[in-house]
Ligand binder design. Structure first.
Ligand SMILES: O=P(O)(O)OC[C@H]1O[C@](O)(COP(=O)(O)O)[C@@H](O)[C@@H]1O
Ligand SMILES: [Mg+2]
Ligand SMILES: [Mg+2]
Length: 336
């Protein structure tokens, strides 16, 4: 991977095109499309209080969650931008019941990629001015080029991803992604509308001192998770760790990748499979984590080895600094 601090995202994409195993320029166009949609969404997010984009639309998505205006705005912008560029043959989104098959105007199109997105991550934080994000995961289709995509093209295990990333709309706006050759972070200069390489070759510190979990659910967690949380809080060695939970997966992950930490959304007696969606939340964050020397598990198993069965399936998710996730796994194993 070739990287020079402060080079633009556009320059970085071109310079690293050949390090991508399927390099044909299509993936570069795809990342460029995501860059463009991220800027459009960032523009709305940054002035959310001034325009009528706060609050819900009074409808729920396929998962029974209240859809926020910004969920739908971001969903529309990412789908539209990807469609207009004629580089993907299918899209799946948290806000769409089923996948969208993209028919090209060019019958001989060679579009090989499908994209899965969480257009707006951290929806519960939109109205309270806390950082939110967008998450994306990219696969090569498994069905023949030129034919309509099928569910098979989306239900691929995470270890088949060719690229994944997120945008965090926070104190600054960053796009962080991997194509399987390390993780790089780009910060948007809003005045110029350009992303610059600010965080080359991001790495999870092997150890960390931050644990991120919604402790309001503590009583519903299984004993292994409870014991690990108690371990984090114990006055011993380099503990207690600090508890930090923003409630936006992207923002909690981003902080933990920079400072060292572990994020947990376990299954519980109320959320039998946890809350987070395997295909457009857990798999992309797991790909990034592993590319940044971290780990991502669902309990006993590696998240990216899970064979998906449904578009919106949920799985327990534990992700972060290598030694912290391995320690948690020790506690979980005690009760399996
Ligand atoms: O409020 P809870 O139950 O702790 O859940 C917070 C988690 O849910 C999410 O908001 C789910 O994502 P969406 O906002 O995209 O639905 C994560 O970003 C976050 O980590
Ligand atoms: Mg989400
Ligand atoms: Mg969302």
């Amino acid at each position: 991977m070739l990287s020079k601090k402060n080079q633009t995202l556009g320059e970085f994409i071109i310079e690293n095109q050949d390090s991508f195993q399927y390099s044909s320029g299509e993936l570069s166009k795809l990342i460029n499309a995501i860059r463009l949609a991220a800027k459009v969404v960032n523009h709305e997010v940054s002035k959310a209080g001034l325009i009528d984009i706060l609050g819900g639309v009074g409808e729920t998505n396929v998962q029974g969650e209240d859809q926020q205006k910004l969920d739908l705005f971001a969903n529309e912008k990412f789908i539209q931008t990807l469609k207009n560029r004629e580089i993907v043959c299918g899209i799946a989104s948290e806000e769409e019941d089923s996948f969208i098959s993209i028919n090209s105007n060019d019958d001989n199109h060679q579009n090989k990629y499908v994209v899965l997105i969480d257009p707006l991550d951290g929806s519960s934080n939109i109205d309270v001015n806390v950082s939110v994000g967008t998450i994306f995961s990219i696969y090569r289709r498994v069905t023949p080029v030129g034919t309509p995509v099928t569910i098979e093209d989306f239900l691929q295990p995470g270890n088949k991803q060719v690229a994944a990333g997120y945008v965090v709309y926070g104190t600054s706006t960053m796009l962080v992604y991997t194509t399987g050759d390390g993780v790089n972070g780009f910060t948007l200069n809003p005045a110029l509308g350009t992303f610059y390489l600010s965080h080359p070759n991001m790495q999870f510190p092997v150890n960390g001192h931050i644990y991120s979990v919604n402790e309001g659910n503590y009583v519903h967690f299984n004993q292994g998770v409870k014991d690990y949380i108690k371990y984090c809080q114990m006055e011993e060695g380099d503990r207690p760790y600090t508890s930090r939970y923003i409630g936006s997966l992207v923002s909690d992950f981003h902080r933990n990748m920079i400072k060292g930490g572990i994020y947990m959304y376990p299954k519980s007696s109320v959320t039998m499979n946890g809350k987070l969606r395997l295909l457009y939340e857990c798999n992309p964050m797991a790909f990034l984590a592993e590319q940044a020397n971290g780990l991502a598990i669902g309990g006993k198993n590696r998240i990216m080895d899970i064979q998906p069965t449904e578009l919106h399936q949920r799985v327990p998710f534990f992700c972060g600094s290598r030694n912290m996730v391995e320690k948690l796994q020790e506690f979980l194993k005690k009760y399996h």
